[in-house]
Design a protein around this ligand. Structure first.
Ligand code: GDP
Ligand code: IMO
Ligand code: MG
Length: 441
């Protein structure tokens, strides 16, 4: 049976959660592979708004198994509080959530050290979500992190935790951080959290490969996006995991041979939270207007998102890295009130045309975006579910993007709710998201 991955292509918050929720109906298992509770995926079902962070959005559909894979970094308190919240909203996560024993654990010293790094005058500020995600991945790569399996081990955990706490306290002191904490009290607290996590923990890589053998269909839920990917994003202004296609495999233990379709999600414009270059950023009233129309405030931190225009070279780059089967464009309705819509159609750098991102953020920031101004549309697109019912200029806008990107735009989102969605007839997106007998690879 064919499996599907959904990935963000810009700087996150494209509306991945919405598409995952829609597609999950036809999949058995929904898997998160990277990131942590820096992700915030909003799903609106009828009048209820769900905000998911560590738990895959697919669990909102009864009977679906949610997997938090080995590539995710887990803050146990955040995970358990999300479980409690979902339970209070009537979502049964008790019997259908699995958590990897190989995932790394975020401890209080991670956000503490991150704060110090972000506030240090000599360092480049990233504008992180302050969840300790980067420092936790640092420990993972440095081979000193503590994984869920160790957290659950009464024989290994106390010594490992005490040793790490001593090491981190020494680092904090050297950095001039004075946030005293009671290590023994923290140890006891984490042992308590471990017991609450234990029923969910398993070898998720083994589970997923068995599920594939049994003919179950897997839906991979990307977090963050291509331009926040640790290798291909705007380094160092990005997150600490691989948010592109490759991260799905290393973060789950599933071979690339089982990734059959990859659908990318992009807004009809662009947003970014945090620092770093954003070539098509609209400053002043135009940016403020997009922010208000699109309610562009971070799901995790509530920070106002920087807003700007659709960037075709950036999307072509993301397509090259991820090799998409289809593209889903969200928030078209946010542009409804505009007389004209600027679109970046090319990059100029030192007099030449660029077709790839410069590797140095400061050089990327100097690239000059070339714009074309497209006509706005006369009537609203909000809530429209049939492509043919869109105003002519809105159809032309989508056709223009499709033509320049050379990717199928298989669907368009016209509002936050599940049903405010256009899936185009005959598209690959239709086959993999709404047709229950989706294409086999
Ligand atoms: P994710 O991180 O990619 O899952 O995206 P977020 O949930 O962080 O941000 C997307 C926001 O846009 C959420 O508040 C969604 O409810 C909302 N949204 C998604 N699609 C649409 C759409 O087509 N129109 C409008 N107006 N809002 C949308
Ligand atoms: P979803 O999955 C938008 C951004 C932060 C910051 C940078 C590094 O909801 O699309 P981190 O805390 O990860 O070290 O922060 O990455 N960032 C996101 N921006 N959506 C996200 O996730 C993000 N996750 C991280 O704002 O600029
Ligand atoms: Mg988000």
């Amino acid at each position: 049976m064919s499996n599907l991955a959904v990935l963000g292509l810009q700087w996150g918050d494209e509306g991945k959660g919405k598409l995952i929720d829609l597609a999950a109906e036809h999949y058995d298992v929904v898997v998160r592979c990277q990131g942590g509770n820096n992700a915030g995926h909003t799903v609106q079902v009828a009048d209820r708004v769900y905000k998911l962070s560590l738990i895959p959005s697919g669990v909102l559909r009864p009977g679906k198994i949610g997997v938090v894979g080995n590539g995710v970094v887990i803050n146990p308190e955040a995970l358990l509080s999300e479980i409690d919240t979902l339970r209070s909203l009537g979502v049964d996560v008790e019997s259908n959530l699995l958590v990897s024993n190989r995932a790394h654990v975020v401890f209080p010293y991670h956000p503490m050290l991150e704060r110090s790094s972000e506030e240090s005058p000599g360092k480049r500020r990233i504008g992180t979500t302050s969840r300790g995600i980067g420092p936790c991945y640092e420990d993972k790569v440095a081979r000193r992190g503590i994984r869920v399996a160790e957290l659950l081990s009464p024989t290994h955990f106390p010594d490992r935790f005490r040793a790490m706490a001593a090491e981190k306290s020494a680092v904090a002191e050297a950095l001039g951080v004075h946030e005293p904490w009671d290590v023994e009290a923290a140890l006891a607290r984490y042992q308590g959290l471990a017991e609450r996590m234990r029923p969910f923990v398993t070898e998720t890589g083994k589970y997923l490969n068995q599920a594939i053998q049994e003919g179950k269909r897997l839906l991979f839920e990307g977090a963050q996006a291509t331009m926040l990917d640790i290798d291909f994003g705007t380094y160092p202004y990005l997150t600490s995991s691989n948010a592109t296609a490759g991260g799905l495999c290393t973060g789950s233990g599933v071979s690339p041979r089982f990734l059959h379709h990859i659908v990318g999600v992009a807004k009809a414009y662009a947003t970014r939270v945090g620092e770093g270059p954003f070539l098509t950023e609209a400053h002043g009233p135009a940016g403020d207007d997009l922010r208000e129309a699109g309610a562009e405030y971070g799901t995790v931190t509530g920070r106002p998102r920087r807003c700007g225009w659709f960037d075709i070279p950036l999307l072509r780059y993301a397509h090259a890295i991820n090799h998409l089967s289809s593209l889903f464009i969200t928030k078209l309705d946010v542009l409804d009130h505009l007389d004209t819509v600027p679109v970046c159609t090319g990059y100029r750098y030192k007099g030449a045309t660029l077709d790839w991102m410069p590797a140095i953020a400061e050089e990327y920031a100097e690239v000059e975006p070339v714009y074309e101004e497209l006509p706005g549309w006369s009537g609203p697109t909000a809530g429209i579910t049939d492509f043919e019912q869109l105003p002519g200029a809105a159809k032309d806008y989508i056709a223009f993007l499709e033509d320049r990107l050379e990717i199928e735009i298989g669907g368009v989102s016209t509002g936050p709710k599940r049903e405010e969605t256009i899936i185009r007839e005959g598209s690959i997106l239709e086959r993999v998201t709404v047709a229950s007998d989706a294409a086999c690879a």
